[in-house]
Structures are given as C-alpha cells and as structure tokens.
Ligand binder design. Structure first.
Ligand code: CP3
Length: 362
C-alpha cells in the first residue's frame, strides 16, 4: 500500500487516516485525537476564554474556530473536534441552562413531569447559522485535517434535563424512565430530532465525521439500554440520511453494552479504559472500528508509565478492524499539554514501525 510508505497527510479530509481507520481501510499510521482536547488543559485556551462565558463562546464563530484549531496546531492531532457542548442545542432551542465552571451543565427548570416533556421547545435549524459559519471557517482553515462534529445522545441529554445538573446515580432519570415510559419515549424522540438537526448542520457545512456522546449510558442495564435508549440513538444516526461520514458512538462504563452500542448505527465504537481493546473488539464484533482507550489519569503519571500504557493500547488496538487512538474519556484539566503532544508522536511512531504494520490486509 503506497499509503504505508508515505506518512504525509493525504489531501482530502475524507481520505484522512481518521476517516480511513473509521471505515476499516488501510492507514499510514494510527490516527490520534483526544476527547476534550480543546479546553482547559491549554493556557492559550484559558487566555482566549477569559471574560467570555462557555456557552457564549460556543456561539461565536471566530472563537469556536480559534479554540478548535489550538490543539491541532499544538499537538499535531489527526482530527479537530468542534469546540461546543452537548447542551448547546438545548440552549439554542430556548431551554434556560448554564454551564457552571467546575460543575457542568445546570438546568433552571428540570423536567419532572409529562407536561414538562411536552413543553420542551424544538430546535429550529435556522437558529444554527453561527454553527454553519463556524464549521465552514474551520474546514477552510483545517485543510487536510478532518473536523469531527458532535452531539449529545438523547439519554445523556435527558440526564441533565431531568436531574437539573450533573449527577452520579442518575436516579431521577431512571425513575422517570420507569414511571413514565411513554413520556420518556417522547422526550428521547425530541432530543433525537434536535441532535440530528445539530449534526446535519455540521456535516452539511463540511464536518468529515460525527461523534455521538452517550457519556452516561453505562449506568443502564443492557436490557434497559436496548429497549429504552438505543432506538433513540439510532434515530439520531438515521437522521443523517445518506450523508456519507463515519459515525462514532461513545459512552463511559459501557463494557456490558458494547455488543449493543454499535447497533445504533456506529462505524466506530468508543471504549473507555475499563475494557482492553482486544476484548472490546470481541464484544463489539466484526464490521466496526474502535476508538480509545488510554485512561486519562495515566497522563498524570511518570513518562515511562505513559509510554508503557500507550504501547499497550496501540498493541491491543491491532485486534480491531480499525483503531482511532484516543483517551477512554476526556482530557483532565490538570494534564500537562506537553504530555499530549508526546502521546501523539509516540502513537504515530509506534504505528509506523515496519515491525508493526498498521495496514490491515484489505
Ligand atoms: O472535546 C472537545 O475538546 C470539544 C469540546 C467539548 C466540550 N464539551 C467543551 C467543554 C465536547 C465534545 C463536550 C462534550 C460534553 N459536554 C460531554 C460529552 C463528553 C464527556 O465528557 O463525556 C458532556 C457530558 C458535557 C457536559 C459538560 N460540559 C461537562 C460535564 C462539563 C465540565 C464541567 C467542568 O467545568 O468540569 C462541561 C463544560 C465544558 N465543555 C468545558 C469545555 C471546554 C469546560 C468549561 C470551561 O472551559 O469553562
């Protein structure tokens, strides 16, 4: 394969290593990016954000463009991820919410009744002009580097709407799911429609891949996930219609859900650090690639531990149809950005080594 001999990025983002790995095609080297790469671990991010609220920043196309580009310039990652947040579509639709520093999304009037579900405003696509502008600017700046668009999956968004903020047990969410199954279905339907609108806007403006974050789905049993959540996540991906971009689906603590999660329509299943990638590949089954799964806490340890763990993840990732190197969850705020740059270099070096060709036999 000529690609294996030429580590230079190819000209089109649709033919980048990220997109190719997501589709299970040969790559020049294992692509790597980091969830939460755009954000608090970067001093240039903190400088740019000073004086601007998180949700205001997400709606300013020039800030979105610059913040999204910062980690690409600094680390040489193989993909950009749009600087935004999973709750942004709710805010744009008219839900009263804020992102409190160090806490996360907080909703002024949580959804607690069937009437609250019916009062949830729909997301009008014409309110997303700022997003269209940001993505178009970004794609022009990024050149061959693909932009990953994203949205929050219906379940994870429902946890914020029902709990009113971050929560560990998601007990109110589950109680509502059991007590009001019809309203639950309607709520997740609505959230799926707005997530699909949010993703379509990004893809139509030039995003090369999408990731659906169902961060908290791991709190559910496989049976509840399959019956009460997965159909709505599938509706989000179905809402992309024939738009031909790879679909990544991620959640934390989803070990028991891995056999199901791809069925929502994912080309790539994101895996956290709890399950080694070779075992994850077995659980996910053939026909899908994997993304992950270095424990973000490892980046706070000494260099030899970092290197050992990166090697392990790269090795175990060879069991997958295609592997996109990432963390098992987002970059922790205290992470030294220099370590992230080092990980990018190491993953590239390890996966280009002639002793370990990454090129799967087609
Ligand atoms: O990954 C990236 O670099 C792109 C940007 C991005 C943000 N949030 C920016 C952000 C992405 C992809 C998200 C997704 C997101 N937001 C998820 C799914 C991913 C995951 O971590 O599981 C979730 C659950 C949220 C909700 C949310 N927003 C949380 C839990 C927090 C953290 C609160 C805190 O401060 O500890 C946020 C705020 C947030 N989103 C920040 C950033 C950069 C920090 C706010 C700031 O810098 O002021």
């Amino acid at each position: 394969m000529s690609a294996a001999a030429d580590p230079a990025p190819s000209a089109a983002p649709s033919d980048s290593d990220l997109v190719r790995a997501a589709r299970g095609l040969p790559v020049s080297r294992t692509p790597v990016w980091f969830m939460r790469q755009a954000g608090r671990s970067l001093p240039e991010y903190r400088a740019l954000r000073a004086g601007t609220g998180m949700l205001a920043a997400c709606q300013d196309p020039d800030l979105v463009t610059e913040i999204t580009l910062q980690p690409v310039r600094r680390h040489g990652v193989d993909a950009a991820i749009l600087f935004s947040d999973i709750v942004l579509p709710l805010l744009v639709a008219g839900v009263d919410l804020d992102i409190k520093p160090g806490v996360g999304p907080v909703v002024a009037q949580p959804i607690r009744s069937v009437a609250d579900v019916d009062a949830l405003p729909p997301l009008e696509p014409d309110r997303l002009a700022f997003l269209d502008t940001a993505v178009r600017q970004l794609v022009a700046e990024l050149g061959p580097t693909p932009l990953i668009g994203f949205a929050g999956a219906p379940f994870t968004l429902a946890t914020y709407l029902i709990e009113g903020g971050p929560s560990k047990e998601h007990a109110r969410t589950k109680a509502f799911m059991y007590a009001e199954p019809e309203a639950w279905g309607r709520l997740l339907d609505r959230l799926a429609v707005s997530a699909a609108t949010f993703l379509r806007t990004q893809v139509d403006a030039g995003a090369s891949a999408v990731q659906l974050f169902d961060s908290w789905a791991g709190v559910l049993s496989a049976a509840d996930y399959a019956e009460r959540v997965l159909p709505h996540s599938r509706a989000v991906f179905d809402g992309l219609g024939s738009r031909d971009v790879p679909r990544i689906h991620f959640g934390v603590g989803t070990g028991e859900l891995l056999p199901l999660i791809g069925d929502a329509g994912a080309d790539v299943v994101g895996v956290d650090w709890r399950i080694p990638l070779d075992e994850a590949a077995r659980r996910v089954g053939p026909g899908r690639s994997l993304q992950g799964n270095l424990d973000p806490a490892v980046l706070l340890a000494d260099r030899s531990t970092v290197d050992r763990e990166v090697r392990r993840v790269v090795e175990q990732g060879r069991a997958a149809r295609g592997h996109v190197f990432n963390l098992g969850h987002g970059v922790l705020p205290d992470t030294d950005p220099g370590v992230l740059t080092h990980v990018v270099e190491l993953v590239h070096e390890l996966s280009m080594s002639p002793a370990h060709p990454t090129t799967p036999t087609a």
